[in-house]
Write a protein that binds this ligand. Structure first.
Ligand code: DX5
Ligand code: ZN
Length: 222
């Protein structure tokens, strides 16, 4: 079953609570919290995302899908675990060793939270295979991480296909999340390739009717 995780990165200043309530009414499955530290990626959204996540926690029961685009993963986990997210996803490229990856996986689990690993467009999908048995979700970035409103990178479709094939052939159960440039035009392609959690920011926040676009994004492909 396909789920939608709405990225709140580009929520309009002053419209935050109205937007969050309308997204909940529109039946988004998750709020996607894009945490950027100004080092791993240029933008710094750290404090803003912590504020938004804390606010959403107070007003909604919907789960938080935290996407860490940070160098200091451990301290970000400590900060964001406070808002009791459903899942915390960190970037493989921010880790200096396999041991560190395994340590972070365990650390997130010890904090009673699901674990995701995100990979940038230029990272080979094979690099995540060895961790799949220990994590819940793989986030395949379909744009270069760092900002919203970019165009879907078509080369990523083959990468999603390969990941889905590997998961099925190895009887694994990981969710495949795609993030960046997902809209009504690109959604059918990524779902067909095997993605089952779609992150969308611009496509949803620009729509007049959040419920309508979320419903269409979730539509099963025939
Ligand atoms: C980019 C973020 C994405 C982005 C998605 O670094 O991880 O979640 O905000 O936004 P759209 O859907 O506008 O590409
Ligand atoms: Zn994201």
């Amino acid at each position: 079953m396909v789920e939608v995780s709405t990225s709140i990165l580009t929520v309009e200043k002053g419209e935050e609570s109205k937007t969050f309530f309308e997204l909940e009414a529109g039946k988004t499955d998750y709020f996607h919290i894009d945490v950027m530290d100004g080092k791993f990626v240029e933008k710094d959204t750290y404090e803003k995302m912590l504020e938004y996540a804390s606010y959403i926690k107070r007003i909604s029961n919907l789960p938080l899908d935290v996407h860490l685009m940070v160098e200091d993963i451990k301290s970000a986990i400590e900060d964001f675990i406070a808002v009791e997210p459903n899942i915390i996803t960190f970037h493989l490229e921010a880790c200096k060793s396999k041991e560190e990856v395994k340590e972070i996986i365990d650390y997130i689990k010890q904090n009673n939270c699901k674990v995701g690993i995100a990979i940038k467009p230029e990272t080979n999908i094979e690099e995540v295979y060895e961790y799949l048995p220990y994590i819940h979700m793989c986030l395949v970035m379909t744009v270069e991480p760092g900002k919203g409103g970019q165009t879907y990178l078509k080369d990523m479709t083959e990468k999603i296909n390969k990941l889905k094939k590997y998961i099925d052939e190895n009887n694994l159960e990981n969710d495949i999340e795609v993030d960046g440039g997902i809209n009504l035009r690109t959604a059918p392609e990524v779902k067909k390739a095997g993605a089952n959690v779609l992150v969308a920011g611009t496509a949803i926040l620009m729509a007049n009717n959040y419920g309508e676009i979320i419903k269409e994004l979730k539509e099963e492909i025939e």
